[in-house]
Design a protein around this ligand. Structure first.
Ligand SMILES: Cc1cc2nc3c(=O)[nH]c(=O)nc-3n(C[C@H](O)[C@H](O)[C@H](O)COP(=O)(O)OP(=O)(O)OC[C@H]3O[C@@H](n4cnc5c(N)ncnc54)[C@H](O)[C@@H]3O)c2cc1C
Length: 437
């Protein structure tokens, strides 16, 4: 595999402090040995690959999932658990210019559909993923962002067909969201979950429907309908590539230069006491994020632990991770000074993926009939990855996805600088950090 991150990124180092690992065991699966055949081979056992596997297996298709490590090892087992709108990074004006108003509205409706899909999967499959939060709240970290909230409410109403409630600074305190914010806005779409419980539930349901899952089975080559791992081979009619930020430049070759891995870092506190919650004035279980470009995302979980996430290091090494975690601790203490003394025993990081086009891709790999790929959710893949998996399953089955925006059908464009493309990140981050001040 031709990978663009350091070996450290693909080791267990970055996720060694992950809180979710303490909350549920994920059953181990055998690794692939010998020769096999299947109708659909899926590379990657995260939300995208497992959602595709589940939907295909439920339709009676013979499915084999291969993961380089194990179920949920990638971003799906270590994210912030915000099941929310998002998945792209294009403003409405850019969406209108590229796809017209109808295209823009379909993209937004797809985000809503993706959230609904996760809710319906949890209900239908009986997955208890510790859900909480009624929609999401965005908190203005600058007065000018507070002044723009009415406009944002109009954007929400037009694009998602729901009303949003705008909060003044005083109202935030009454709502149990006291902090260095000038106001906020809540819309009713989305919720929070324990991502490891969700991904484990998806894997069990896919297996119960007949899918086979192999751990420790990195696909090192895909050619002429055969996937090769170090100890086995799978002959297949169709391939689904669901490797997102942990992709390689040559599995398949088409992916080279088309995804931009970017790191995110998360901290989790010990359970806060009732007094500590009161002292900070933060008692809400609402899933929140602030209005920065390099945003913070945070939520008090049902067990009173606070989860706090933000963009991580530019480079991937244990030293860079330590520095990113130090910055996250500093930002946490600035946002919640009353909890500066509170231990935060869990800290970890992982990679999300950006697309040059600014939207995720879900479709057939150009020039390679029978090979499909789904990736690049811009840090919002709990819902969008799950929905992309469903789209890919439908495409394999020859069915039309209910909502399938033009933007998601557009193949990923290559970033400049090939394998060195991440070199631009420090400059981009510095620009964002400056505008967030
Ligand atoms: C710290 C962090 C916080 C985040 N917070 C949120 C959030 O709150 N809300 C949200 O919506 N999104 C969030 N995200 C993003 C979200 O987690 C991802 O978009 C989503 O999990 C991607 O799912 P996936 O299945 O496409 O990829 P992944 O879950 O990354 O899975 C890819 C899998 O592919 C496997 N793989 C790679 N190459 C090969 C190969 N050659 N052979 C076999 N297997 C291979 C890997 O081992 C991995 O398990 C966060 C991500 C991170 C890292």
């Amino acid at each position: 595999m031709k990978r663009i991150l350091s070996d450290y990124a693909y080791s267990d180092g970055p996720k060694s402090g992950c809180w979710w690992d303490d909350t549920i065991d994920i059953s181990a699966n055998p690794s692939l040995t010998g020769d096999h055949s299947t109708d659909v081979a899926i590379i990657g056992a995260g939300f995208t690959g497992l959602s595709a596997a589940l939907h295909l297996a439920e339709a009676g298709v013979d499915v084999t999932v291969l993961d380089a490590r194990h179920v949920g090892w990638g971003a799906s087992g270590r994210n912030g658990g915000f099941c929310c709108l998002g998945g792209g990074r294009l403003e409405d004006s850019a969406l209108d210019a590229r796809f017209g108003k109808d295209g823009r509205l379909e993209w937004h409706a797809t985000q809503r559909e993706a959230v609904d899909l996760v809710r319906s999967l949890l209900d239908r499959l009986g997955i208890d993923a510790d859900t909480h939060s009624d929609g999401e709240t965005m908190l203005a970290h600058k007065p000018k962002h507070q002044r723009a909230l009415d406009e944002y409410a109009t954007h929400i109403e037009e694009n998602y067909g729901v009303s949003a409630a705008v909060h003044s600074q005083e109202e935030l305190s009454d709502l149990g969201m006291n902090g260095p914010f000038f106001g906020g806005i809540t819309h009713p779409i989305g919720f929070a979950l324990n991502p490891r419980k969700y991904v484990a539930g998806l894997a069990s349901a896919a297996q119960a429907a007949g899918a086979r899952i192999f751990d420790n089975s990195p696909v090192i080559n895909v050619e002429n309908g055969v996937l090769t791992t170090p100890q086995g081979r799978v002959a297949t009619k169709n391939v689904i590539v669901a490797t997102n930020a942990y992709s390689s430049e040559n599995v398949p070759n088409w992916l080279a230069g088309r995804y931009m891995p970017v790191q995110s870092t998360v901290l989790v506190t010990r359970p806060l006491t009732g007094d500590e919650l009161q002292e900070a004035g933060w008692t809400s279980l609402q899933a929140c994020y602030d209005s920065r470009n390099l945003l913070h995302y945070f939520r008090l979980m049902p067990d009173n632990r606070m989860l706090f996430g933000m963009r991580g290091a530019v480079f991937s090494s244990s030293a860079a991770d330590a520095k990113a975690q130090e910055k996250a601790h500093q930002d946490f203490e600035k946002m919640f000074p009353a909890w500066a003394h509170v231990e935060r025993p869990h800290a970890w990081s992982g990679f999300v993926s950006l697309a040059r086009n600014g939207l995720p891709f879900a479709g057939e790999v150009p020039g390679q009939p029978g090979m499909f790929a789904g990736l690049c959710y811009h840090g919002n893949g709990v819902a969008m990855g799950s929905y992309t998996g469903q789209i890919l399953a439908k495409l394999v089955l020859g069915e039309k996805p209910k909502l399938y925006p033009k933007g998601m059908q557009t193949p990923l464009k290559r970033f400049p600088f090939g394998g060195a493309r991440r070199a631009v990140l420090p400059v981009a981050y510095a620009g964002f950090a400056l505008s967030d001040m």
